[in-house]
Design a protein around this ligand. Structure first.
Ligand code: UD1
Ligand code: UDP
Length: 354
């Protein structure tokens, strides 16, 4: 069987790495990189850290509006699919690269497998929600990371081709956790284990909305004044908007703003953090698996089980609430292994018809 995998953003490189290794023995894997992420620390470092070979195709679409990005990807992917004639197209997550891949394949009557199907936050103003719904609609195999995802699809009348597999990111994390421990990132940043807060922010409603980004920065500055050491590897989108709003230089001595990190350095930094403040879907799951308390700076999360288990708390961007949670949050005693184990193996078995 010839499988075409389509990736374009940093979390997709992480998801693709363990699954492609699992599928390699039985299938021919062709990799398309849309080029949505392209800076070294958003792109190449993940290929190096995770041992992913050079993509067979790179569309080099880059940044732009949603329509520009998705449109360019649709055209580029369609050309390759017509030429390569794959049996299956695999897409990951909920980005513009995901929906472009699914739509291009479905219109050519090529089967689509969606890794991370069924997630919903029930808010169509969030671009990822539109990408998730459209991708699921186009998909023949819907690989769900959680039971909630299966239930969401059922509510929409989608029951065929739906499989509860668990989360492929757990495979990536299990494989790389020990390797990541060799990183010197803590020493390099002058940090000691469990003595700092890690922060990642990149969602459009937290960066493109000046009020929300100001609230988040206010909370970080206050936490720094209260003696909390904070490390903030910032996504380029966030860096750009911090500059636009004139917020980059006001963070104080305790808050260290750094470039985004490669997977291994990030994993080590997260594993040793006292707590993480984030709006990232991947980081919420990584934190749960590593048992690092997490505050999610959003109104809702598709990873509701992490909240139910008491390891994740939703703060939105209310500065007072963020500060209170960062200082006082104690994680729950329950731990239900929400994301399961061996998702890549399960997906491979399903595709092979075992
Ligand atoms: C995208 C996904 C989001 C995912 C995230 C993972 C969509 C709609 N959004 O968001 O779901 O959580 O990736 O990180 O697909 N930029 C650079 N260099 C890069 C990449 C981006 O400077 O290598 C800057 C550009 O100014 C760009 C901005 O970041 O305009 C946003 O990038 P984009 O890919 O549009 O969205 P993300 O915020 O990365
Ligand atoms: N990550 C990383 N370096 C960073 C920030 C995040 O390697 O500086 C990893 C992290 O392990 C997480 C993944 O990137 O699992 C999540 O990507 P991101 O937050 O960009 O996207 P999302 O998961 O929200 O779609």
């Amino acid at each position: 069987m010839k499988i075409i995998s389509i990736v374009g953003t940093r979390p997709q490189f992480i998801k693709y790495a363990p699954l492609s290794k699992e599928l390699k023995g039985t299938h021919r894997d062709v990799l398309i990189h849309t080029g949505q992420h392209y800076d070294y620390y958003m792109n190449k470092v993940f290929f190096d850290d995770l041992g992913i070979p050079e993509p067979d195709y790179n569309l080099e679409v880059g940044s732009g509006t949603h329509a520009y990005q998705t449109g360019e990807m649709l055209k580029g992917i369609e050309d390759i699919l017509i030429k390569e004639k794959p049996d299956l197209v695999m897409v990951y997550g909920d980005t513009n690269s995901t929906v472009a891949g699914a739509l291009s394949a479905a219109k050519l009557h090529i089967k689509v497998a969606h890794v991370e199907a069924g997630l919903r936050i029930f808010d169509k103003s969030v671009p990822e929600e539109i990408n998730r719904v459209l991708t699921d609609y186009c998909s023949d195999y819907l690989f769900c990371p959680t039971q909630t995802a299966v239930d969401n699809l059922k509510q929409e009348g989608i029951t065929e081709g739906v499989y509860l597999t668990g989360d492929v990111m757990v495979d990536a994390l299990n494989f790389n956790k020990e390797i990541a421990e060799q990183s010197k990132i803590l020493d390099n940043l002058g940090l000691t284990s469990k003595n700092y807060i890690l922060v990642t922010i990149h969602r459009d409603f937290n960066t493109d909305n000046r009020n929300n980004l100001e609230n988040i920065i206010t909370a970080l500055i206050k936490l720094g004044e209260l003696g909390e050491r904070i490390v903030f590897p910032a996504h380029p989108r966030t860096v750009k908007l911090l500059k636009t709003y004139g917020l980059s230089n006001s963070l104080g001595e305790m808050v260290t703003l750094i470039e985004p990190l490669g997977y291994l350095e990030f994993l080590k930094l997260l594993n040793h953090a006292r707590m993480v403040l984030t709006d990232s879907g991947g980081v919420q799951r990584d934190a749960y698996v590593l048992k690092v308390p997490c505050a999610t700076l959003m109104k809702y999360t598709p990873w509701v089980e992490t909240v139910d288990d008491g390891w994740n708390v939703l703060t939105g961007t209310d500065a007072k609430k963020v500060i209170d949670i960062a200082l006082n949050f104690k994680p729950g005693h329950r731990y239900s292994d929400i994301f399961g184990q061996g998702a890549c193996k399960k997906i491979s078995c399903i595709i092979n018809g075992y």
